[in-house]
Design a protein around this ligand. Structure first.
Ligand code: URA
Length: 433
């Protein structure tokens, strides 16, 4: 087989066979197919679509590109949660410790920032010393000891996603259902889980902006997981404004820590409680959602979840004192208020633009090898529906590069739509599948 023939086939809208998909994924994972050919195939598939058979083959090849873990030595249900990507979404940092405190083992393989969305690994690495590149043995050991271990894709687990994730980010081929499904499900199914809770975002900060597209993605992923014998539930959740009050790496880690300390106000905590409750149901710890929510809330207010996070941070080489003294997280050298340009109600937020502002100020990368400035971030004061007066603070910016302030200030002010009448607010959780 020749790679260029397969690119040509896809360019001409023909269906690839499972063997042809296997040839591409295996060749790319082994560094036998170069980035430029894989990029061409990615774009041809993105533009011309993939059939169900092709998608199924892609998921399987990506899953079996590495080891599929089992954790027979851990006598607990193994459940994870994964989000399709949003702005201000730091739920994994809360949900992992909470579920672990409630008797679920959480072997979590996450990703880095993708396009305008944040990544769990980058947020964790805002904790001094925290290692997300554990060896397989270390990963298993931390999971057994803490009930929770948090790493990225490795050369051993989901290696195809490790490479393709980065290439898709650089070739504008992220928001395509078959790729998202294969990327997410390959690494989740490789973790050795019994069940999975998916947070499928919808709205202007998500990769799927329209509800219908998000629903189709949720259905695709749940059916792949269920066909592999896993218990899977997907929540379709609103991403028409950043989740919570903070966007950036260190500042989001701070917000997650505050939540684990018992600050349960607002949309971020609401989503954490619901997702964690679903994990307990999927793991068979609870059967009733309200009871599960209660258990989850208790795990936080009792401090048990915080202690799980402390143990995990310590086991992964991080400084656990960040939980008591957030100043130990990366700190920006400058902070300045950004104000509302007019009076009225916040009726819209360009959520993807908020993510890009943080990224362009140094909080994200343009290329995989770029170093991230974990300290850059925004504290957002106004949520959808809030009333503001001209000159009121819209946000507090935390940054190091003063030369960009004016541009970022203008972009942030322009990202908010402020009008005379209050908007109709959407529910945070739009559907459960
Ligand atoms: N998260 C992933 O892991 N993969 C994607 O493609 C999108 C979000």
């Amino acid at each position: 087989m020749r790679t260029q023939d397969l690119i040509e086939k896809k360019r001409d809208c023909k269906e690839l066979t499972p063997d042809e998909i296997a040839f591409l994924i295996r060749g790319y994972t082994r560094d036998e197919i170069p980035d430029y050919q894989m990029a061409a195939w990615l774009m041809a598939s993105f533009l011309n679509g993939m059939s169900e058979t092709e998608t199924q083959a892609l998921v399987e090849e990506m899953l079996y590109s590495g080891i599929v873990l089992t954790h027979e030595h851990i006598p607990l249900p193994k459940v994870d949660k994964h989000s399709t990507g949003g702005v201000g979404d730091k739920t994994s940092l809360v949900i992992g410790p909470v579920a672990a405190a409630c008797g679920v083992a959480v072997p979590m393989i996450s990703g880095r920032a993708l396009a305008h969305t944040g990544g769990t690994l980058d947020k964790l690495e805002a904790i001094p010393g925290f290692r997300t590149n554990l060896s397989l043995d270390e990963f298993k050991d931390v999971l057994a000891r803490c009930g929770l271990a948090l790493i990225g894709q490795t050369r051993e687990i989901a290696p195809a996603d490790r490479k393709l994730y980065a290439l898709r980010d650089l070739t504008a081929t992220v928001p395509f259902r078959p790729f998202m499904c294969a990327s997410i499900m390959s690494k989740k199914l490789a973790e050795g889980i019994d069940g999975l809770v998916l947070d499928v975002k919808t709205g202007n900060g998500a990769f799927m902006r329209e509800f219908e597209d998000s629903r189709k993605l949720a259905e695709m992923m749940t059916s792949v997981g269920r066909a592999m014998g896993k218990r899977v539930v997907a929540l379709i959740t609103d991403m028409n404004q950043p989740l919570g009050r903070w966007v950036g790496n260190a500042v989001e880690t701070f917000e997650a820590i505050e939540t684990l300390h018992g600050d349960l106000e607002g949309d971020f905590a609401e989503l954490c409680l619901d997702l964690a409750a679903q994990m307990l149901i999927v793991g068979g710890i609870e059967t009733d959602l309200n009871a599960a929510r209660h258990t989850v809330r208790h795990a936080i207010t009792s401090g048990h979840a915080l202690e799980r996070f402390r143990a995990c941070i310590e086991a992964q080489g991080g400084n656990p004192h960040v939980l008591d003294d957030p100043k130990l997280l990366s700190q920006a050298s400058k902070q300045r208020v950004i104000t509302a340009p007019r009076s009225g109600f916040v009726t819209g937020v360009e959520t993807d633009e908020i993510g890009r502002i943080v990224m362009d100020w140094g909080g994200g990368r343009r290329r995989l090898e770029d170093k991230i400035d974990h300290s850059v971030g925004l504290r957002l004061f106004a949520k959808l529906g809030d009333q503001v007066d001209a000159g009121d603070p819209l946000a507090m910016a935390y940054y190091n590069d003063e030369s960009k302030f004016e541009e970022m200030d203008a972009r942030l002010r322009a990202a908010y739509r402020i009008e005379e009448s209050a908007p109709k607010l959407e529910p945070l959780i739009k559907a459960v599948i």
